[in-house]
Design a binder for this molecule. Structure first.
Ligand code: PMP
Ligand code: GLN
Length: 379
């Protein structure tokens, strides 16, 4: 049988987490916290499960959760989304990204992604019959390369996928970036898919710029967010997409036949928690900034070099003073022989550059970060 995705293997996150487990390494690879979600949230999940919320919720998500999402979007990004027609709850951001791509990309359409690009984008594009156009972010800051983006746009361009805060680089887009993007696509029939799953992890007094705050761009955009990141519960796979009614209509046509709907009792619990504990999201940037600072301080004596991450819970480090290996070999060596797992960047590129950079995840208990740093400082 001819594979529909001949160049797709097992995602690097699964590969490295399994390697960490097999070799007993401290896992700073795949992005997930090793600490608990808010205890009150767990209580609410248990309460709704015990209340026998066992059956199919509405296809687009339970109304109270969509209402809470709309209130949140209004408070944070100043946009009054209609929970009935513009908000859809999905089984993880992965599903939302997939649905959006399937909804608008057809055979021969071109979709622009920025390398290093999160690994779920391209398979979704290929399954829709589209062609991925890879525009590299410019080094060393992983900033948008506006000239290359402009050159990549043509009459076949259907969608541009952006990601801020950016996984794996930690870079964030500014209001000015959004204005430039808006100007570039103004006279084209191009949509935007904005992956904002790390919206609450922006540091050093900066604030997250959402595409929903940009009145011109939001009219042509899907914005995707994940409760997994925000509530330290990546395993619950709950997320949402906010898009104008015309796009949401198409989005739901796909969503209803990919998953139809999403786990009931978790939806009820998060709706209650959002209403009860709005401080959780307000406190997140400081919480994660502290973790970033802790990790960066701990590895400062090492031979890794780095610029502290501006966003996400990832830190890129350059290991060129430590090894000549390429990043996949170095991540394997670090995991298998030194006991700390990391993510190489090559899998996120069509054409990996010769940089010697890997990604560590710092959403871990301080004791985990300390143990890992002890090893990293000896390299
Ligand atoms: N986009 C990016 C950039 C991510 O890092 C992740 C995370 N894992 C996702 C999407 C998928 O999120 P979810 O776990 O909610 O499917
Ligand atoms: N987004 C997470 C990361 O970057 C992993 C998600 C996954 O394992 N699919 O590590």
């Amino acid at each position: 049988m001819q594979s529909k995705l001949p160049n797709v293997g097992t995602t690097i996150f699964t590969v490295m987490s399994k390697m960490a487990q097999d070799y007993g390494a401290i896992n700073l690879s795949q992005g997930f916290p090793d600490f608990d979600c808010p205890p009150r949230l767990r209580e609410l999940v248990a309460a709704h499960l015990n209340d026998r919320k066992n059956q199919y919720p509405p296809m687009a998500g339970i109304p109270s959760l969509r209402q809470q999402i709309a209130l949140k979007v209004r408070d944070y990004y100043g946009y009054d989304a209609d929970p009935e027609t513009e908000v859809t709850v999905t089984s993880g951001a992965t599903e939302a990204l997939f649905d959006a791509v399937q909804a608008v990309v057809g055979a021969g359409d071109e979709v622009i992604v920025f390398d290093p690009a999160y690994d779920s984008y391209e398979p979704a594009i290929l399954l829709a019959g589209g062609k991925t156009i890879h525009v590299p972010l410019s080094l060393p800051d992983y900033a948008m390369d506006w000239d290359r983006l402009e050159q990549a746009i043509n009459s076949k361009t259907r969608l541009i996928i952006i990601n801020s805060p950016h996984n794996p680089c930690g870079s964030v887009l500014s209001r000015d970036d959004f204005d430039r993007l808006a100007a570039l696509i103004r006279d084209h029939d191009i949509l935007v898919l904005s992956d904002e799953v790390y919206e609450h992890m922006v540091y050093d007094g900066e604030k997250h710029e959402s595409i929903l705050a940009h009145s011109e761009l939001r009219e042509k955009s899907f914005a995707v967010f994940s409760f997994g990141k925000t509530y330290h519960a990546t395993g619950w796979k709950l997320a949402y997409c906010v898009a104008p009614e015309s796009l949401t209509t198409e989005f739901r046509k796909v969503h209803q036949f990919v998953t139809f709907t999403t786990s009931s009792f978790v939806q009820y619990a998060i709706a209650d928690f959002m209403a009860e504990c709005p401080e959780h999201t307000l406190e997140l940037p400081a919480f994660y900034q502290e973790k970033r600072n802790t990790f960066c301080e701990l590895i400062t004596p090492s031979r890794f070099t780095f610029t502290p991450s501006n966003g996400t819970y990832f830190q890129l480090v350059d290991y060129s003073e430590i090894s000549d290996r390429n990043d996949i070999e170095f991540a394997n060596y670090l995991t298998q022989e030194k006991g700390v797992a990391a993510i190489p960047l090559a899998p996120f590129y069509a054409e990996p550059p010769a940089t010697k950079i890997i990604r560590f995840c710092f959403c871990k208990d301080d004791s985990t970060l300390e143990k890992a740093a002890e090893i990293l400082c000896k390299l």
